[in-house]
Design a protein around this ligand. Structure first.
Ligand SMILES: [Zn+2]
Length: 327
């Protein structure tokens, strides 16, 4: 039946009716807040502002514990840790150092707030002096197979420090299998892998690179990250990660990739995380600061749209604000 028997506006007439038929919910228990932990002292109180990401700071070890306590009190499910080591080298050996900045942060957070999930980003780019996600060959391309062992070693060091989930973001072929085997062999068969499966070579990562000091010294990451034009290839990547043992898969970035959140979820049947990345955050913050957008309404609409697209989990720098607004 069509108009006039059918009137779509009937169920939109009041807040009560709209709530009754709302299809998508967003809550803090679905959020993951990325945190940047630095070995440096940081500024006042161990916190150093990041110019391109207003409201986000680099945190010292002491400050990251305080932040984790605040995050847990807001009902946010998890934090995801990125490390800023004092020293970098050719192979990124700080990544698997048992006394490394991320390993120490995991231990400190789990001691202080055991109920908060700690997810770790597993990659080498924050630890290599050249800023690429793996070890380099003579010709300055990234050596896939030689990188796998280092990633697996890094993931095990995170699990040993107490990480609840490990999240490889490097986009090397075969990394999920290599990490699964190493975790199982070292007694961490219960540690889940959240694979950055559909990670695109995106302009939206710009502000993060300042935050994590991880811009490549030369070239770019198009030799290993996905081409933004390729949706089928992204689904194929995700399916391969499932075969290799991924427990959850990720689509990154989020806003311009809603089609792939949906398709990856359909194809894999796994829980899907969407990473609402630094550039997406920075755009909203800049527009809100200029008075062009209502920040609260915009952020909640974005988060709802990612859930509607099919994301079970949302990794977002808006997590604390959104958790407060949703209370
Ligand atoms: Zn990387």
């Amino acid at each position: 039946m069509a108009f006039p028997q059918t009137r779509m506006r009937r169920l939109r007439a009041s807040a009560g009716l709209r709530g009754l038929v709302r299809e998508t919910d967003v809550r803090a228990g679905q959020f993951v807040l990325p945190l940047f932990v630095t070995e440096a002292e940081g500024g006042a109180g161990g916190r150093e502002a990041i110019a391109t990401m207003p409201g986000v700071e680099r945190l010292s070890l002491a400050a990251v514990v305080a932040e984790a306590q605040e995050v847990a009190a807001l009902g946010i499910a998890a934090v995801m840790l990125f490390g800023l080591p004092a020293e970098k080298d050719e192979h990124g050996s700080g990544a698997w150092d048992p006394e490394g900045v991320v390993q120490l942060a995991i231990q400190a957070i789990k001691r202080a707030v055991p109920e908060l999930l700690v997810i770790t980003d597993v990659c080498l780019c924050e630890y290599t002096d050249h800023g690429h996600c793996g070890v380099l060959r003579e010709d300055a391309t990234v050596d896939n197979d030689a990188t796998l062992e280092l990633l697996a070693r890094t993931a095990v060091s995170h699990a040993r420090a107490g990480a609840d989930l490990v999240a490889p973001s490097d986009m090397m072929d075969g990394r999920v299998r290599a990490i699964r085997e190493e975790l199982d062999g070292e007694g961490f068969s219960d540690t889940p892998i959240l694979a950055y499966s559909a990670k695109f070579a995106s302009a939206f990562y710009g502000p993060f690179r300042e935050a994590a000091d991880s811009a490549p010294a030369f070239g770019d990451r198009r030799g290993y990250q996905l081409d933004p034009a390729n949706g089928r290839e992204a689904v194929r990547e995700a399916l391969l990660d499932v075969q290799e043992g991924a427990d959850m898969v990720m689509v990154k970035p989020a806003l311009a990739y809603g089609d792939l959140i949906r398709e990856v979820k359909r194809a894999t049947r796994l829980p899907v995380a969407a990473y609402n990345v630094s550039g997406e955050y920075a755009m909203v913050k800049a527009a809100a600061a200029a008075g062009y957008l209502d920040e609260r309404a915009t952020v909640l609409e974005i988060l709802t749209s990612l859930r509607r697209a099919g994301a079970d989990t949302i990794i977002t720098y808006h997590a604390k604000d959104a958790a407060r607004w949703l209370r």
